[in-house]
Design a binder for this molecule. Structure first.
Ligand code: NAP
Length: 284
């Protein structure tokens, strides 16, 4: 079998058009604020990229850098100031060691929380009535839906249980009536568990961890992996490309989950500006 590749770039283009139309309906230009640590080059580069993308859809992106040795008190003041002037706020990770990630999540106004990390938004998603959904998990669901396969009652296995990808994806797939297993670093017989999946979603951060022996023939395989490889000159997925010989559908890396994730993050900011605060009604 040769898997059909799920075109994340095409999905991203469609989303971009929708978001552009919605941004144009607003009286004021919507704005997304980003906070990023001074020495965090990859996050600064991503903030710059979001800024460029934002321009294309009519979204202003204000990226603010803060010194790595900032005190928690000063960080809270800066965050509060930035978020008053924007519709959506994104705090890039990783944070410097002196900033407690859980405390930072709670500083974000839940109605501006485009990353869906505030406990309020995490709780709403768990209750099946989401407001902001973390963009990577939402991207994976959207690409899964684009295959058109029947989902109810199918077996899903997610490898990875992070708060921003694996766990929210668990909630989304459960809402779609799949039977979902979540695996992690201490799961035994990982390949055997994965092989039970009609839908296998991978968000681990280990290049090419998932090989054909993990995959049930014909399964849908969704790969969130983004592992930069200097030799290749591009990112590698968590799924080995040879899986295309076994899977029925596969999100490629690059060109799968990543491009749509970016557009959904920006879309969340525009939705916040429209007062709808999230894309929930369209996905669950
Ligand atoms: P993370 O917070 O580091 O979580 C990784 C998860 O994988 C953890 O639950 C960990 O288990 C599990 N894990 C690690 N090694 C494992 C192994 N050998 N077998 C089974 N499970 C294992 O990572 P993340 O933020 O979710 O990101 C995951 C990947 O997605 C990364 O490549 C990241 O760059 C990428 N990503 C992509 C996008 C995008 O838009 N494409 C966005 C965000 C992230 P424990 O919980 O037991 O430690």
């Amino acid at each position: 079998m040769t898997a059909e590749l799920i075109d994340g770039k095409q999905a991203a283009r469609s989303q971009r058009k929708l978001t552009t139309d919605r941004a144009a309906e607003l009286n004021d230009e919507p704005a997304l604020g980003i906070l990023v640590a001074e020495s965090d080059k990859p996050s600064r580069a991503y903030a710059k990229f979001l800024s460029k993308r934002g321009k294309k859809i009519g979204l202003r992106v204000d990226a603010t850098t803060y010194p790595d040795d900032i005190t928690p008190g000063r960080f809270a003041e800066d965050l509060s100031e930035v978020q008053q002037g924007v519709d959506g706020l994104l705090v890039m990770r990783p944070l410097p060691a002196q900033l407690d990630p859980a405390a930072v999540d709670e500083l974000i106004d839940p109605r501006r929380d485009v990353d869906g990390v505030h406990p309020h938004n995490v709780g709403l998603l768990a209750l099946g009535r989401p407001r902001f959904i973390p963009a990577t998990a939402l991207s994976m669901l959207r690409l899964l839906l684009s295959t058109g396969i029947e989902l109810q009652g199918r077996r899903a296995v997610i490898i990875g249980r992070s708060p921003t990808v694996g766990k929210p994806l668990f909630q989304l797939l459960l809402s779609r009536h799949l039977t979902v297993t979540v695996c992690h670093s201490r799961t035994k017989d990982l390949a055997a568990v994965a092989r039970e999946a009609d839908v296998l979603a991978v968000a681990v951060g280990r290049p090419h961890l998932v090989t054909p022996e993990f995959v049930k023939p014909g399964a849908v395989v969704l790969d969130a992996g983004y592992n930069w490889d200097d030799d290749a000159g591009h990112e590698l997925g968590d799924v080995h490309p040879d899986v295309a010989g076994t899977a029925g559908f596969l999100t490629p890396v690059p060109g799968g989950v990543g491009p749509l994730t970016t557009e959904l993050m920006l879309a969340n900011a525009v939705e916040a500006a429209r007062g709808l605060a999230g894309l929930s009604t369209e996905v669950v």
